[in-house]
Design a protein around this ligand. Structure first.
Ligand code: NI
Length: 181
């Protein structure tokens, strides 16, 4: 298994719609998931989607305990999510700072649904579903956008709130502004 290169905004694969995974528990899928975890850890991300390493499959990983980069964030269970479906529980939306490992050094002010229901499968084919809110809901929406070829800058409504970290936060970035996935 390996730490893979993370594609950057402008790479055409990041704009593609990823394909559903057809067979679970395969060596190919298990190796992909291991590469996603290793690459996410090396980049200190909160999550990573398969298209970010150039694999157009509907697979994301996120969460895990004790990420030192996000000490103020509520913990999100370490999750492999394949072929996800997201349904907003209501229409309420919050805006918050968001970053992306494919858009390094930048942050944007991104609207996301506060509360979502999501379901999918793990890499072995076990189905699961959750109702979540807040940061957990934001991470899932960010990751699943990658599966549809959407990077967060396309969701920023006020482009005066999209820029480089040092310029947006000259006094230093707080953990709450330090989410990248
Ligand atoms: Ni991202």
């Amino acid at each position: 298994m390996a730490v893979r290169e993370i594609l950057k905004m402008g790479h055409p694969l990041l704009l593609q719609v990823a394909q559903p995974v057809a067979s679970f528990d395969s060596t190919e899928l298990i190796n992909l998931v291991e590469d996603l975890w290793e690459t996410m850890a090396a980049a200190k991300g909160a999550g990573l989607a398969a298209p970010q390493i150039g694999v157009l499959q509907r697979v994301v990983v996120f969460g895990g305990e004790r990420n030192p980069r996000y000490p103020e964030m509520p913990p999100i269970p370490r999750t492999v999510l394949v072929n996800p479906e997201i349904i907003p529980i209501d229409q309420s939306v919050s805006e918050d700072w968001e970053g992306c490992l494919s858009v390094p050094g930048m942050r944007g002010w991104v609207p996301r649904y506060n509360k979502i229901f999501y379901r999918g499968w793990d890499e072995h084919g076990n189905a699961f579903e959750r109702e979540v809110e807040g940061f957990h809901a934001r991470v899932v929406q960010h990751e699943c956008d990658h599966l549809d070829g959407v990077l967060y800058p396309r969701r920023v409504r006020d482009l005066t709130r999209f820029g480089f970290i040092q310029d947006l936060f000259p006094e230093g970035v707080r953990p709450a502004e330090n989410f990248e996935a």
